[in-house]
Ligand binder design. Sequence first.
Ligand code: CP
Ligand code: NVA
Length: 305
Amino acid sequence: MQSKPMNPRHFISLLDLTGEEFRHLISRAIELKNHRDPDYQPLKGQVLAMIFEKSSTRTRISFEAGMSHFGGSALFLSPRDTQLGRGEPLQDSAKVISSMVDGIMLRTDKHETVTTFALHSRVPVINGLTDQQHPCQLLADMQTYFEYRGDIKGKTVTWIGDGNNMCHSYIHAATVLDFKLNIASPPGYQPLKAIVNSAGDRIRFFDTALEAAKSSDLCVTDVWASMGHEEEQKQRECAFKNYQVNTAIMDAAHKDALFMHCLPAHRDEEVSAEVIDGPQSVVFDEAENRLHAQKALLEFLMCKK
Ligand code: CP
Ligand code: NVA
């Protein structure tokens, strides 16, 4: 008989959280950031397995450092070097890996890989990015907004660019934290209808980036070609050429609007160098907050109370 019971709490999507839980994670992340106590090791001896089908700088380092701060450790697993890459069934892999570790983080191409893993895992599964969602990034983005401006409830956020995994997680965040989301995406690159519909009238679509940015409190964008779409780069450069966040866009937003980007960024493609390196940009706080927000998440999911 396996020693761990089933039914752990997973973090696959922001919709797995209530508004209260999301706000708790943000305030805990801010607390952990401001009062680092090296003796606080709530995950002492625990192990997080991290499966990366795609590249990563921030996600890998923040989870690895976070586990280490909490007295635990993290294993980096690439499908290339494990039996996953040779076709071992996901459910078998999930059963085996979860019998040996205390949490599993996955970055995969297909969203279904993470949901299947979660179905068969005895330990919490965390979505570290899929083709459909990037919920961990939103924990950090929202922490950053709260630090600079307070609660985001009722505010207006503008998404400019690809209706991709980040855009979908912004739609989910708008639902859970109750803010308005303006979206300007080129035809053919809109977010998935099912995700948009789940957010009700909080989401509004605009034909131009300039219209979408009007009266906004936060402007956000992401690369035009996400991982897995690199071969479409040229075609996307044409489709997205009117969707750059530049000074004209930031001038249309509120005077104190912030700019965010999950990084890595391409200067003078989706965002002008002037904006990303300018005074309204908080991208490096946002990147650092991946560490603090995920420590709050790891504590929330893995700490045995
Ligand atoms: N923003 C983000 O997830 O970065 P990495 O791809 O470097 O992990
Ligand atoms: N949308 C981007 C985010 C990278 C962190 C991608 O999926 O490549």
